[in-house]
Design a protein around this ligand. Structure first.
Ligand code: AMP
Ligand code: MG
Length: 424
């Protein structure tokens, strides 16, 4: 860590007074590593967890060639090319109850979706085109050999990885594991993230608000974002702007967590002793990110060895906390959780119907509402864009990510958006 942060500080494009969003994200991602440790869980309890080892398919899925449609299993060689063919019905293959024996020339088997293809058959003719006349089934010409058959192993092949290490398990993976008969999986242990708020003006829920105080909302958004991500969120409360209290809080956090998130106290001049303290307790870089909101941010490590933890010193403003979390912290936590590959939030380009005020030279993450009008998706900005206006995040369903070099955006211009869906 020490040498790495030093190496970065020597790089040409490193300017802690004005660091680009992409560069800061890359520095952070390069420095964090996945945590050690795993546990075995029943499939249902593993939703949202990260696979600690490949799951190898022990069998083909499906296990047998089977029919994709309701119809008749036939021998393609029996069918005439230019005219109808009449076959004799030899029996039935249901899903879960196979036709016993071999399909002899001149015969067919009534087959249901999922029914095992009888030996000798190689083609399924759908019931809608066949005509049944008692035991005699008339098949029209122009069938295709092999049609309507799901092949053994076409979903998963025996001996090959069905799901790879690093995959965060979603509903599809729970089903996939079940389709293999796997009841238990090995997943990474949960990432432990401790967080606290700093500020003499902060009041905790349940206490009466005194003059000049504000309720601490950041611990609630952080709790929500961490929990959604699948981390163990450890709430260490509000810490006063006082060196001894802060030092004790950092020690407590580093002793029990992999990552520490703080909010507030990182802006220049505000309370410089927090900087001095972070530097004393570990190795921390203070950045002014070329972005809005979220300009001041600290990143580094507090303590060392097993008592050490990565630190993100987020700004205090409630919107800035959420923006910096999603732009920097989220991907770093995903890498530490063992997710591989870590993927950036997808961007979509849509027309923006409102004018946006924007100064070139910094990335902006404005709050937007994606909506559909006459079949076309568009975005509008929420009202006030102040970094203290948390209701803008609640009204929004996306970030409008305006590139650094861009200036004001006129109505109708295309902008990049990051949907909150699946994120918050
Ligand atoms: P700071 O970065 O500590 O200067 O805080 C910037 C602004 O965010 C100030 O207006 C603080 O009152 C506000 N703020 C800081 N922490 C919190 C918090 N936990 N909850 C709500 N507002 C906060
Ligand atoms: Mg403060």
């Amino acid at each position: 860590m020490t040498s790495l942060l030093k190496q970065i500080s020597c790089a040409d494009d490193y300017d802690p007074e004005s660091l680009g969003v992409a560069r800061a994200r890359q520095i952070i991602l390069d420095l964090v590593e996945p945590v050690e440790g795993s546990e075995r869980l029943f499939v249902r309890n593993a939703l949202g967890r990260v696979l600690a080892e490949d799951v190898i398919s022990t069998a083909n899925v499906p296990g047998h060639d089977n029919s994709a449609m309701d119809g008749y299993a036939v021998r393609f060689a029996d069918l005439a090319l230019e005219r109808d063919t009449t076959l004799s019905l030899a029996g039935t293959a249901f899903a879960g109850r196979a036709f016993e024996g071999r399909l002899e020339p001149g015969h067919c088997v009534r087959i249901m979706t999922g029914g095992v293809i009888p030996q000798g058959a190689d083609t399924v003719v759908i019931q809608e085109v066949a005509r049944a006349d008692g035991e005699r089934i008339v098949i029209p010409p122009q069938q295709r050999q092999g049609q309507h058959i799901r092949r053994a192993g076409e979903d998963l092949r025996a001996g090959e990885p069905a799901i790879r290490v690093g995959k965060q398990l979603r509903p599809a993976e729970l089903g996939l594991l079940a389709s293999l008969g796997v009841a238990e999986v090995s997943v990474k242990r949960r990432l432990r993230v401790a967080f606290f708020s700093t500020g003499d003006e902060l009041c905790s829920l349940g206490m009466p608000l005194k003059a000049g105080e504000v309720y601490d909302s950041n611990r609630y958004t952080l709790y929500g974002m961490l929990t959604r991500l699948g981390c163990d969120a450890i709430d260490l409360g509000v810490v006063r702007d006082e060196p001894a209290a802060l030092e004790a809080a950092f020690h407590r956090a580093a002793a029990q967590a992999d990552v520490i998130l703080t909010s507030g106290g990182v802006s220049v001049g505000e309370a410089d002793f927090i900087r001095v303290l972070m530097e004393k307790l570990g190795e921390v870089a203070f950045w002014k990110i070329a972005m809005r909101p979220g300009r001041p941010m600290a990143f580094g490590r507090i303590g060392d060895g097993s008592e050490g933890a990565f630190l993100f010193g987020l700004p205090g403003n409630p919107v800035a906390v959420m923006v910096t979390f999603y732009q920097f912290v989220r991907e770093a936590l995903q890498k530490m959780m063992g997710i591989s590959p870590v993927e950036s939030l997808p961007l979509f380009r849509v027309p923006c119907v409102t004018a946006l005020k924007k100064r070139p030279g910094r990335s902006e993450f404005q709050r937007g509402v994606l909506f559909c009008e006459n079949g076309e998706w568009k975005v509008r900005a929420t009202g006030s864009q102040g970094s203290g206006i948390l209701s803008s995040m609640s009204e929004a369903n996306c970030f409008i990510a305006v590139e650094s070099e861009r200036g004001n955006v006129a109505p109708g211009e295309a902008v990049d958006v990051q949907s909150f869906e699946g994120l918050v």
